[in-house]
Ligand binder design. Structure first.
Ligand SMILES: CC(C)(COP(=O)(O)OP(=O)(O)OC[C@H]1O[C@@H](n2cnc3c(N)ncnc32)[C@H](O)[C@@H]1OP(=O)(O)O)[C@@H](O)C(=O)NCCC(=O)NCCS
Ligand SMILES: CC(=O)OP(=O)(O)O
Length: 332
């Protein structure tokens, strides 16, 4: 199963327009040129037109065929300012502040998606996650029936014995610092849904903790146990179990010893971390120490495909997340 190749091929089968909001970043410029050359998506880059031309020359990159828009001078500024003012006036924003916000490429790009001028956005190579999330929450907002937006990362491991032939979907590694039980349950259900939509396998979800099936007592463990109960109630057909430690979730011999009655232990292909500290640290440990590809964070629960990158991303990470964003946009 070559999931990354599959995403690129699927994206190429019906080209979508994806906005890159960080045209000042070398990796973004190089990724845009590669995506255009490989025909994975149509790219719009937000940048100062003169600067990006000079940068492209400096990097030896051909940006012909890629649309460049400068949010400072674009004809869209007035339309986007009016739209944003309408969306946020109940929060007390002034027209002046709305225009200032719109000239920020993160807001401008998000408004392009909201107004249908592009199909999806990828950002976060040069901005912390909060800068990607805030405009998304304020402008495109959540999809119907969703209260907590979260994120999933598709991890492609070198060792194919774990997860689904070496593929693991992990969450939440980017959005919710301290989810309560209801939020954890929603994150688990959303991640299973993302897995079903984007990958060709049935999710088997492990709710992670430092305890396995009551082996330790602590309020943090209770939070995870309660989340499992809520997820069972809200998604009775979902294959989900916990709380369990990550070795019990991933390794058959440990799972059968620590959680002999569990149908998920030892076989999990979706891992839900109990909080953002463990999630963000956990995925980066696997990425860096095990040399796994980490595609994401893929935001789940937003009303439009807007995805975040880590500032530590490579050009390939940008290309892979763009392919996924384009695939998400195909089903919008
Ligand atoms: C997402 C985040 C930026 C929001 O923080 P904030 O600006 O303090 O946000 P607030 O709590 O004031 O909420 C701002 C808006 O977003 C909404 N919101 C916040 N979290 C949300 C979530 N998980 N899902 C849906 N909406 C959310 C709020 O309802 C609010 O909407 P409103 O302005 O229309 O009323 C914050 O949770 C955060 O920083 N998360 C961690 C990001 C991070 O650093 N990750 C690690 C690296 S990947
Ligand atoms: C996802 C993530 O951790 O982003 P960053 O590395 O940019 O903080």
């Amino acid at each position: 199963m070559d999931v990354i190749k599959n995403f690129k091929e699927k994206a190429a089968s019906d080209l979508k327009t994806i906005v890159f909001a960080e045209g000042e970043d070398e990796r973004i410029i190089k990724a845009a040129a590669k995506i255009e050359a490989e025909k994975i998506a149509k790219i719009i880059i937000l940048a100062d037109t003169e600067s990006i031309k000079n940068d492209a020359k400096k990097y030896g990159v051909d940006l012909s065929g890629i649309k460049i828009i400068d949010p400072e001078t674009s004809d869209y500024v007035s339309e986007f300012t009016d739209e944003f003012y309408e969306l946020r006036k109940h929060k007390g924003i002034s027209k002046e502040d709305a225009e200032k916000a719109i000239k920020d490429p993160m807001y401008f790009g998000t408004m392009m998606i909201y107004t249908g001028k592009a199909d999806g956005m990828v950002a976060g190579a040069a901005n912390p996650t909060g800068n990607v999330l805030r405009p998304a929450f304020q402008i495109v907002k959540t999809a119907e029936g969703i209260s907590t937006v979260s994120s999933a990362i598709i991890m492609v491991l070198k060792d194919k014995s774990f997860g689904e032939e070496g593929v693991l979907v992990v969450s939440d590694c980017a959005v919710n610092p301290e989810p309560n039980s209801e939020q954890l349950a929603e994150i688990a259900i959303a991640t299973a849904d993302t897995t079903e939509r984007l990958l060709d396998f049935e999710p088997r979800v492990a709710m992670l903790s430092f305890s396995t099936m009551g082996s330790a007592k602590h309020e943090n463990v209770d939070n995870v146990r309660n989340a499992v109960e809520i997820a069972h109630e809200n998604a009775p057909n979902l294959k989900i179990d916990g709380e369990m430690q990550v070795d019990a979730a991933l390794v058959e011999s440990v799972g059968s010893r620590k959680a002999p009655d569990s149908k998920i232990a030892g076989k999990a292909n979706v891992l839900i971390f109990p909080d953002l500290q463990s999630g963000n640290i956990g995925y980066k440990l696997v990425q860096r120490l095990a040399g796994a590809a980490a595609v994401g964070p893929i935001l789940q629960g937003l009303a439009a495909p807007i995805n975040d990158l880590s500032r530590g991303c490579s050009i390939d990470d940008i290309i892979n997340l763009t392919a996924i964003t384009a695939v998400q946009a195909q089903s919008e």
